[in-house]
Every structure is written in structure tokens, then in C-alpha cells.
Design a binder for this molecule. Structure first.
Ligand code: PAF
Length: 282
């Protein structure tokens, strides 16, 4: 059985462990909230190609959840996660408690703008990117990686984090990793654990419709019409749709025609009580 990675849970121990790893070469960080699935493992694989040593953080970050969201029920399974990370060849796991990350008296919050204020996730989860930016800034300064890998499934999040690293002059390269999908196309997510078997089948509609819309737009169909028809199809299977949008891949500005691209299609909706997001390139 592969050796379990070392787990550290306070900042001085993390700093010592990172200093030791750095003697071997470049360090990559893969920030996660645990409940690891094949999508996370693909981030680790990419991290291993980009650096000599890989650190994974596991921290369910309370500041990115609104009071009515699923912070307390978010899936947690540290011992299963560690077994998966051992198999994936991870060197170090940073798993702080909430009190270590946000000690008494903690009073600083980053308020990202730009890609964090484009009317996608921010319209439906207004607290979200402030919490993500704050914790990611902390994770990057705590672990001081050369490279940090984030999944493209949270596409707007990836753009917010890239902007944050640039704006704060953090000496780290932010790398996006392609979405990993189930056999039926459903984008892998820790929140898929909330779905029943029947809902998993329905949830795959998101990906199917996105791919169909992308194909039609690439073939010069009218963007707004394609999105209207795609939205209707997603709602017809039982989703409450938050948005289905065509945006510029970098600025996330709205696009009306193929010429305004390159285009990324992004979708978010709720199936029962589970909120899912997905996106594809056109
Ligand atoms: O994408 C996630 O899992 C989280 O938002 C992140 C980046 C680890 C910050 O808590």
C-alpha cells in the first residue's frame, strides 16, 4: 500500500514541511475542500507534471458559504481522502481547522472585483468570491507554491484567482485543469454526492445541452436563440436554471456573436436542493 502523505494542521509545521520539500525542487499546490473525486486526482496529476513536490490542502472554507448553504452538510471524509492522495503520490497535506485558518480576532477579507463581478456566480452567491479570494490568498501565502492548480469546472473562480495572484504580486503560476466527467457527461463535483441515481441521469442534461449549444454556435447559429432554446431544454427536465450564458473566455464579458469570442458557455442550475455548475469551450 502506498505511504500516506504527511498531514500538517498548524502554520509553523506547514512552513517547516514546505521548506524541507523545497530543497527537492519546485512545489505545486492543489487547493481542495476534500471529498475528493477523480476530478481532484486529475489536478494532482497535472500538479505532479508541473513540480517536483505536491501539496494538497483540504479545508472546507466557511467564509465562502452563505448561512443558508451547505457548509455543515458538505461531504467530509479525511481518511478516505488521504488514502486517495497516497495513491496519487502527494507529498504533503495541509489540513487546518477553522480556528487555525480564522483565529479569534480575524478581521481581514479580500473583496475581488473584475471577473468576480460579471453577473454569473456572483449574482446567485454574492458572498462566494470574497470567501474564496480570502482563503486562497491565505493558502498561497501559507504554502508558497511555485504553481497552483484549480479546476476549470469553477471557471469564474479560476479567473478570479488568476486576477488575485496578479493583483497581489504573488509569485505563483495559476494553472487551470480540464473538467473531468462521468461516463454520462456529468461534470465531477463533490456535490454530486447529494444526487440520487435518477437525478444523476437528469443532471447529465447540463453537459449535453452545453455541448449541443457550443456546436450550434460554432456553426454560426444565432447565439441568443441557441441559449434560449438550451435554457428551455434544461428547465424541461426539472432544473431551476440560474443562468446559461455565452461569455468571452478571458474577460467573461457577454458575447452576442461568434466574432466577439473566443467563447465559453457557462451554466448553473438547481436540481432539487443541489446546485450544479458546468461550462464548455465553443
Ligand atoms: O474550488 C474549491 O474547492 C474551493 O473553492 C477552493 C478553491 C479550494 C477554496 O476554498
Amino acid at each position: 500500500m502506498p505511504r500516506r502523505p504527511r498531514v500538517v494542521s498548524d502554520v509553523p509545521a506547514l512552513r517547516r514541511a514546505v521548506a524541507t520539500l523545497r530543497r527537492d525542487g519546485r512545489i505545486a499546490l492543489v487547493p481542495t475542500m476534500g471529498a475528493l473525486h477523480d476530478g481532484h486526482i486529475s489536478l494532482v496529476r497535472l500538479a505532479r507534471r508541473r513540480a517536483k513536490r505536491v501539496v494538497v490542502s483540504i479545508f472546507v472554507n466557511p467564509t465562502q458559504f452563505a448561512p443558508n448553504e451547505d457548509f455543515s452538510s458538505y461531504p467530509r471524509n479525511l481518511s478516505k481522502d488521504l488514502a486517495r492522495l497516497a495513491e496519487a503520490g502527494v507529498d504533503l497535506v495541509w489540513a487546518p481547522d477553522v480556528k487555525v485558518m480564522y483565529p479569534d480576532g480575524f478581521a481581514t477579507r479580500i473583496t475581488p472585483e473584475g471577473p468576480a463581478k460579471v453577473g454569473l456566480e456572483d449574482s446567485f452567491r454574492p458572498h462566494f468570491f470574497g470567501g474564496v479570494a480570502t482563503v486562497v490568498a491565505k493558502l498561497l501565502t501559507q504554502c508558497t507554491p511555485d504553481v497552483a492548480v484549480f479546476g476549470e469546472k469553477d471557471y469564474q473562480q479560476l479567473k478570479v484567482i488568476a486576477r488575485l495572484a496578479t493583483d497581489l504580486d504573488l509569485p505563483v503560476k495559476i494553472v487551470g485543469a480540464p473538467i473531468v466527467r462521468e461516463a454520462n457527461g456529468l461534470a465531477m463535483s463533490s456535490r454530486n454526492a447529494y444526487l440520487s441515481e435518477a437525478q444523476r441521469g437528469v443532471a447529465a442534461t447540463l453537459c449535453r445541452v452545453l455541448k449541443d449549444c457550443a456546436h450550434r454556435i460554432a456553426n454560426k447559429a444565432h447565439v441568443a436563440r441557441v441559449l434560449d432554446e438550451g435554457s428551455a431544454e434544461i428547465e424541461s427536465v426539472g432544473f431551476t436554471l440560474d443562468y446559461l450564458e455565452a461569455r468571452h473566455v478571458d474577460s467573461l464579458a457577454k458575447v452576442e456573436t461568434l466574432k466577439d469570442g473566443p467563447i465559453r458557455l457557462l451554466v448553473a442550475g438547481r436540481l432539487g436542493t443541489t446546485r450544479l455548475i458546468d461550462n464548455v469551450a465553443v
